[in-house]
Ligand binder design. Structure first.
Ligand code: ATP
Length: 248
């Protein structure tokens, strides 16, 4: 039912530069407490869908021209990215986007910029981030630009956690990472989901990993949802196996 969905997208259309129609009526639901995967090839529209939710399309001359996006039952299309973070909707961008000249710890603290609950609460959450990412604790004083790709992805997720998110929008977490690290990142997503109750919507080209960790999946092709279902059912679907998992 609708009340169980923390996020609901109905039939959105997105146009770049006034003429390039990229999302052609995308609908999707994210249940509270779920891990939902947005799957599809390069250029299918995954990133655009994520950016529509976090309302950062404008900087790329993109615009949602139809449809609705609701978070906890409330329309959110007119909220600024900062207002969305305050509500608990936090995006982790593709390509990680650390502040390279700040230390790992300074990067994490920037995630708490909207909070008003004081230094003690923020310090406690920083320690909590370090329990999920012990590697970041070891590297807390290092300049982020000199840490590895995997560590920077951890910084990006840790930074999102510092904002006390209800929903994390994670764009292509596996990008550029060795298989071992991809697994490590997804394991952390899973434990944050289970232990902290964070809901995830993640865009991923690595369909096989995403379906192992997600509860539900949507497959986008050319700006449309062409298939959706429970992750297990999708991973056993013959078309998904052939076109996305390279089996059969
Ligand atoms: P990727 O894995 O490459 O991020 P994606 O599934 O996330 O792929 P999008 O980045 O959402 O796909 O891109 C969807 C389509 O929109 C592509 O055809 C892309 O060329 C186009 N597009 C993306 N950004 C813009 C932009 N700023 N202006 C014009 N077209 C764009």
């Amino acid at each position: 039912s609708t009340e169980n969905n923390i996020l609901s997208i109905k039939n959105i259309e997105v146009i770049y530069d006034h003429v390039i129609l990229v999302l052609k009526g995308v609908s999707l639901d994210v249940p509270k407490g779920g891990i939902v995967a947005l799957l599809g090839a390069n250029g299918a529209g995954k990133t655009t869908t994520i950016k529509s939710i976090s309302n950062i399309l404008k900087t790329e001359r993109g615009e949602v021209t139809k449809g609705s996006i609701t978070f906890e039952g409330e329309q959110i299309q007119d909220l600024s990215p900062t207002e969305l973070v305050k509500k608990g909707v936090v995006q982790v961008m593709e390509g990680r986007h650390c502040f390279e000249h700040l230390t790992v710890e300074e990067n994490l603290l920037t995630g708490a910029y909207i909070r008003k609950d004081g230094r003690k609460a923020i310090a406690e959450d920083l320690e909590k981030v370090y329990t999920y990412f012990p590697r970041l604790k070891e590297r807390r004083k290092s300049q982020a630009g000199y840490t590895s790709g995997g560590e920077q992805q951890m910084v990006a997720v840790g930074r999102a956690l510092m904002a006390k998110p209800k929903l994390i929008l994670l764009d292509e977490p596996s990008m550029g990472l060795a298989p071992q690290l991809v697994e490590e990142i997804f394991e952390i997503v899973k434990s944050l989901n289970e232990k902290e109750g964070v809901t995830f919507l993640l865009a991923e080209q690595n369909v096989s990993v995403a379906l192992r960790y997600a509860t539900y999946g949507y497959i986008l092709e050319n700006g449309r949802v062409v298939m959706d279902g429970e992750a297990k059912a999708l991973s056993e679907n013959e078309d998904v196996k052939e076109f996305y998992l390279g089996l059969s």
